[in-house]
Design a protein around this ligand. Structure first.
Ligand code: DMJ
Length: 682
C-alpha cells in the first residue's frame, strides 16, 4: 500500500484550469467530483477570493446592462437594426458646434436611420377636416409617398405613415411590427371634450389674412437666410444659433397648421424628418428648450396627428431628463443633449424659479402620450418641493432656487416679471390640464393672486391704471416688465374655469394697462420695462420709460456673468414679444368685446410699420420711442412666429371653437396641449 498522500500545500496563487474537452470516459459526474475535490483543496482565503471575484463580475455585468439599457432607451431615434450594426456610440462625442455652424452639415450628427413605430393612432384632439373620400386620400397618399421618397426613405422606411393635410390620416401599414416601446403604463386616452373643435377653420377674415401675410413675410426671411437655424437675423440676412436645433422652425410648426399654411408646414415637416437630430454635443437651456421644442413638437403632433413629432418629442424629452439629477431634484438650468451632462450656469448653482416650474405641462403630456411616467414624475417632484418651501410671501415666490439645497435664494424680492412669471401661469394651467382635480395647484394659485393684490398692485397717475409692481425687501417699485402682461390673460382664463369673478375684473383692468404700455409709446409698441408714475402733481404720463440703468430690485440673471458695471440695456427695446396680444386673445375670447380685437389690430400695424424688414422677416428694435429711428436689432425671436402671430390670428377669429379653451391649454410658448379628459366611469 502506498502511504496516503500528504495534504496539498497551500499555495499563495490560484490556478484555474478549464478543460473544454470530454473527460476520458465522458462522465459528467466524474468532472463534477473532480472540480469539487479541487475546490475543497483550496484554502478558505482562496475560496473567498474566488467567490468575491465572481460576485464582482456578476455585479459589474448587471450594472453595465442597466446603464447601457438606459442609454439606449434615451436614444429613441435608433432602431434595433441600427443598434445591431453599431453596438455602441463612439466613446468620444463630436466636437461642440460652432455658434454659427450649420448643424445639417455637421460631422457630429449621428445619422438616425429609422425610427420606432408608434402604433397608437392620432389623438382625437385635432383640428381635422371632414374625412376625405377614399379617392382623394389615395391621391394624397401617392403625393406624399412621392414627396418623401428619396432621401426621407432612410428615416421613414419602417414607418409607412401617411399624413394628409388637415385630414391627419395616420395609416400604419397592416402587419407592421409591434411597438418596441416598453410602456410603464397604458397611455391615457385623449380628451373626449374635443370633438367640437374638429372642424375646418372658417376662411380667414381680413385681419386674419393680414396675420397670414405677416407670417409669410417672416417665413420668407427665415427660409431664405436662416433655414434650419435657430433665429433669423433679418437685417444682415443671416442667422444666429442658440441650440442649433432649428428653433424658429419648430416653434412655428403649429402656427403654420393653424393658419392653414399647408405648403410651408409640409416643407418644415420634411426638415424635421430629414434633418432634425438631437444626438449632438450641445448644451440647451432646460426651460427654453422644453417650452419651445418639446412644447412645439407635442402641439404639432396633436394638431397634425403625425407620429413623427411624437417620436421626436420623446427622444428630446429623454435627453432633457439628466437635468433633474441634482442633490435636491430641482433641475439644473442646462443639459447637454448629446452627453447627458447637466449643470447649473457657470456663475452660480441657482436655477430660476420660473424656469424649473414651467416645464410641467409639457413633461406631464409627454408621459401621458408615451405611457412612460418618468417625465411626469421628475417634473411634478419639482412642483411638490417648491410647494412646501418657506420663503414665500402670501403665495408669491422669490426668483431663484438652489439646485443643491433645494431652497429659495435671493429672498425677499418678488415680481410677476422675468424669472417668476410663468410659475403662476403653470399653477393654473396644470390644474386645468389635469381636469381641475389637483387642488394643491389651485390653492397655490389662489393664494398667489391674493398675494399679488395685497403686495404688488397699485394705480398710476393721472389715469389710474392698475399695474403690478415689484417688491424688494419690503420696498415697492413701480416697475413692470412687459412680460407681466401674460397675467390678464391668465386671470381671465382662471375666471372662465370657475375662479372668482374679481379675477376677471382684475384681468380687465390690467389689460387696459398693458394696452396703454403700447399705446403711450411713439411707435405703438411696448418697451421691455416700464415704470408707472405714482404722483398726481406735474404733467407726467402714467407710463414712463427709464434710460439705461439697473433698477434697484434687479438681480442679474444667473446665466450671465456678474456685470462689472451697473448699466443694463435700455428698457425701451421691444423684442416682438407676445404677452399683450396673448392676453388680448383671452380677453376677447372670453368677453366677446370687439375693442380687444381693435387693440390687437393697432399693435399688428405697428409691428408692420416699425419692425418689418423689406427683404423678409421682422426685427426686434432698440427704441420704441423713436418712430424715425427705432433702431433694428437684427434679430427675429422664434416666439414671434410661435406666439405673437399665432395669438394675433386667434384674437381676430370670432370662432370660439377654434382651439377651444375648454379643450386646450396653451403652454407658455403658445403651444396648445389638450386638457385631459376625466376618467370614464363604469
Ligand atoms: C417666451 O419664450 C415665453 O412666453 C416665456 O414664457 C417668456 N418669454 C418669451 C416671450 O416673451
Amino acid at each position: 500500500m502506498y502511504p496516503p498522500p500528504p495534504p496539498a500545500p497551500h499555495r499563495d496563487f490560484i490556478s484555474v484550469t478549464l478543460s473544454l474537452g470530454q473527460s476520458y470516459d465522458g462522465s459528467k459526474s466524474w468532472r463534477r467530483r473532480s472540480c469539487w475535490r479541487k475546490w475543497k483543496q483550496l484554502s478558505r482565503l482562496q475560496r473567498n477570493v474566488i467567490l468575491f471575484f465572481l460576485t464582482f463580475l456578476v455585479l459589474c455585468g448587471l450594472l453595465s446592462y442597466i446603464s447601457v439599457a438606459d442609454q439606449w432607451r434615451a436614444v429613441d431615434g435608433r432602431s434595433a437594426e441600427e443598434r445591431k450594426a453599431r453596438p455602441a456610440d463612439p466613446p468620444v462625442l463630436p466636437a461642440p458646434q460652432k455658434a454659427d455652424a450649420n448643424p445639417e452639415n455637421s460631422p457630429g450628427l449621428l445619422p438616425q436611420k429609422s425610427q420606432r413605430h408608434f402604433r397608437r393612432g392620432p389623438p382625437n384632439l385635432q383640428i381635422r377636416a371632414p374625412d376625405k373620400d377614399p379617392k382623394d386620400r389615395r391621391q394624397d397618399d401617392t403625393r406624399r409617398r412621392d414627396e418623401v421618397a428619396g432621401d426621407a426613405r432612410q428615416e421613414e422606411s419602417t414607418q409607412r405613415t401617411v399624413v394628409s393635410w388637415r385630414g391627419a390620416v395616420i395609416e400604419p401599414e397592416q402587419g407592421t411590427e409591434p411597438p418596441s416601446r416598453k410602456a410603464e403604463g397604458p397611455p391615457t386616452k385623449p380628451s373626449s371634450q374635443a370633438p367640437g373643435i374638429q372642424n375646418q377653420p372658417a376662411s380667414p377674415n381680413e385681419r386674419q389674412r393680414a396675420v397670414i401675410d405677416a407670417f409669410r413675410h417672416a417665413w420668407t426671411g427665415y427660409r431664405k437666410f436662416a433655414w434650419g437655424h435657430d433665429e433669423l437675423k433679418p437685417v444682415s440676412r443671416s442667422f444666429s444659433e442658440w441650440f442649433g436645433l432649428g428653433l424658429t422652425l419648430i416653434d412655428a410648426l403649429d402656427t403654420m397648421w393653424i393658419l392653414g399654411l399647408k405648403k410651408e408646414f409640409e416643407e418644415a415637416r420634411k426638415w424635421v424628418s430629414k434633418k432634425l437630430r438631437f444626438q449632438k454635443d450641445v448644451d440647451v437651456n432646460l426651460f427654453e428648450s422644453t417650452i419651445r421644442i418639446l412644447g412645439g413638437l407635442l402641439s404639432a403632433y396633436h394638431l397634425s396627428g403625425d407620429d413623427l413629432f411624437l417620436r421626436k418629442a420623446e427622444d428630446f424629452g429623454n435627453r432633457l431628463l439628466p437635468a433633474f439629477q441634482t442633490p435636491s431634484r430641482i433641475p439644473y438650468s442646462d443639459v447637454n443633449i448629446g452627453t447627458g451632462a447637466a449643470h447649473p450656469p457657470r456663475w452660480t448653482s441657482d436655477s430660476t424659479v420660473a424656469e424649473v416650474t414651467s416645464i410641467q405641462l409639457e413633461f406631464r403630456e409627454l408621459s401621458r402620450l408615451t405611457g412612460s411616467k418618468k417625465f411626469q414624475e421628475a417634473a411634478e417632484e419639482v412642483t411638490r418641493r417648491v410647494h412646501s418651501l418657506s420663503g414665500k410671501k402670501d403665495g408669491l415666490v422669490p426668483m431663484f432656487i438652489n439646485t443643491h439645497s433645494g431652497l429659495f435664494t435671493h429672498m425677499g424680492v418678488f415680481t410677476l416679471g422675468a424669472r417668476a412669471d410663468s410659475y403662476y401661469e403653470y399653477l393654473l394651467k396644470q390644474w386645468i390640464q389635469g381636469g381641475k382635480k389637483e387642488t394643491q395647484l389651485l390653492e397655490d394659485y389662489l393664494e398667489a393672486v391674493e398675494g399679488i393684490k395685497r403686495h404688488l398692485l397699485r394705480r398710476s397717475e393721472p389715469r389710474k391704471l392698475t399695474f403690478v409692481g415689484e417688491l424688494a425687501h419690503g420696498r415697492f417699485s413701480a416697475k413692470m416688465d412687459h412680460l407681466v402682461c401674460f397675467l390678464p390673460g391668465t386671470l381671465a382664463l382662471g375666471a372662465h374655469h370657475g375662479l372668482p369673478a374679481d379675477h376677471m375684473e382684475l384681468a380687465r383692468a390690467l389689460m387696459d394697462t398693458c394696452y396703454q404700455m403700447n399705446r403711450q409709446m411713439e411707435t405703438g409698441l411696448s418697451p421691455e420695462i416700464v415704470h408707472f408714475n405714482l404722483y398726481p402733481q406735474g404733467d407726467r404720463k402714467d407710463v414712463q420709460v427709464k434710460p439705461a440703468e439697473l433698477s434697484p430690485c434687479c438681480v442679474p440673471h444667473p446665466s450671465l456673468p456678474p456685470s462689472p458695471s451697473p448699466a443694463q440695456p435700455a428698457d425701451r427695446h421691444n423684442l416682438l414679444r407676445p404677452e399683450t396680444v396673448e392676453s388680448l386673445f383671452y380677453l376677447h375670447r372670453l368677453t366677446g368685446e370687439r375693442k380687444y380685437q381693435d387693440w390687437g389690430w393697432e399693435i399688428l400695424q405697428s409691428f408692420n410699420k416699425y419692425t418689418r424688414v423689406p427683404s423678409g422677416g421682422y426685427s426686434s428694435i432698440s427704441n420704441v420711442q423713436d418712430p424715425l429711428n427705432p433702431q433694428p436689432r437684427d434679430k427675429m425671436e422664434s416666439f414671434f412666429l410661435g406666439e405673437t402671430l399665432k395669438y394675433l390670428y386667434l384674437l381676430f377669429s370670432d370662432d370660439p371653437a377654434l382651439l377651444s379653451l375648454d379643450a386646450y391649454v396653451f403652454n407658455t410658448e403658445a403651444h396648445p396641449l389638450p386638457i385631459w379628459a376625466p376618467p370614464r366611469v363604469g
